[in-house]
Design a protein around this ligand. Structure first.
Ligand code: GTP
Ligand code: MG
Length: 264
């Protein structure tokens, strides 16, 4: 059974897409130990493909129940594909989560939703270019108007390779992440090593708890992180957030065009 995890920001159209892709044959329950709704269903005309709806999230931080549930599923259950739905009318903000999903070392398929509204806005988004820079398929859809769903379904049914990791962070951060990966190499599954390194760099409490570093390892980790913090005069989490948004700005400059207002 191939499993596809549906992830995206709150209000990006997840439920509308989930219902359109699965029809009515879905199961609703709760995630273990929490009251966040859990839904799974089969992809229409593809009985062997399960779609798992994840709670809506803005990032893979550990601050809300939704974030904890979604990231635990993605990291621990290792779905075969992550279907990342983004609101095309709010692409800059939505791609923030995308940058994090691309670090999981799982194949990602990007569904850029609200195509009808994007069209009406007069803005244009070059999905070929976006797909090329992100290293994953990007498909324009309208979950509400049921546009692009056949193409999306066909993409989901294909075997999806893991894409390349986009160039989000600068050399200093990458150097620190390299060192952290060496430190954590025998503590986490190899396919998730980079994701754990990013989270450890951010001093993510849940990840640090899970890692059980000994005092010497903790000291070395802190030395790596503090060095970068001093260089930037900023805390580790903000450094990564800033670089993620800089990255998004860079790539959108190459593929997003705002409507030109007609001369007055
Ligand atoms: N115009 C337009 N509206 C859409 C589209 N897809 C979803 N919507 C609308 O956007 C709103 C949010 O859609 P939902 O499917 O509830 O989004 P969600 O991600 O499940 O939201 P939460 O569960 O609250 O996080 C609803 O009013 C939908 O009808 C679309 O392609 N075009
Ligand atoms: Mg919903």
């Amino acid at each position: 059974m191939k499993t596809i995890a549906l992830a995206g920001n709150p209000n990006s159209g997840k439920t509308t897409l989930f219902n359109a892709l699965t029809g009515s044959r879905q199961h609703t329950g709760n995630w273990p130990g929490v009251t966040v709704e859990k839904k799974e269903g089969r992809l229409k005309n593809h009985e062997d493909i399960l779609i798992q709806d994840l709670p809506g999230i803005y990032s893979l931080s550990p601050y809300t129940l939704e974030e904890v549930v979604s990231r635990a599923y993605l990291v621990k259950e290792q779905p075969d594909v992550v279907l990342d739905i983004v609101d095309g009318t709010n692409i800059e903000r939505n791609l923030y989560l995308t940058t994090q999903l691309l670090e999981l070392n799982l194949p990602v398929v990007l569904a850029v939703n609200m195509a009808d509204m994007v069209r009406a806005s007069g803005n244009t988004l070059d999905l070929k270019k976006l797909s090329a820079v992100l290293g994953c398929p990007a498909i324009s859809i309208s979950a509400l108007k049921k546009e692009g769903l056949d193409e999306l379904t066909a993409e989901l049914a294909k075997p999806q390779p893991t894409g390349h990791r986009p160039d989000i962070f600068d050399a200093q951060v990458l150097q620190a992440l390299e060192e952290i990966q060496k430190l954590l190499a025998d503590k986490v599954p190899p396919q998730s090593l980079y994701w754990y390194a990013v989270k450890a760099f951010e001093r993510d409490e849940r990840v640090l708890e899970e890692l059980h570093l000994d005092p010497e390892q903790t000291r070395r980790m802190e030395a790596i992180v503090t060095k970068v913090e001093k260089e930037y005069d900023d805390d580790a989490e903000s450094i990564l957030t800033t670089q993620r948004y800089d990255y998004i700005e860079r790539i959108l400059a190459g593929c997003f065009t705002k409507r030109r207002r007609p001369p007055a």
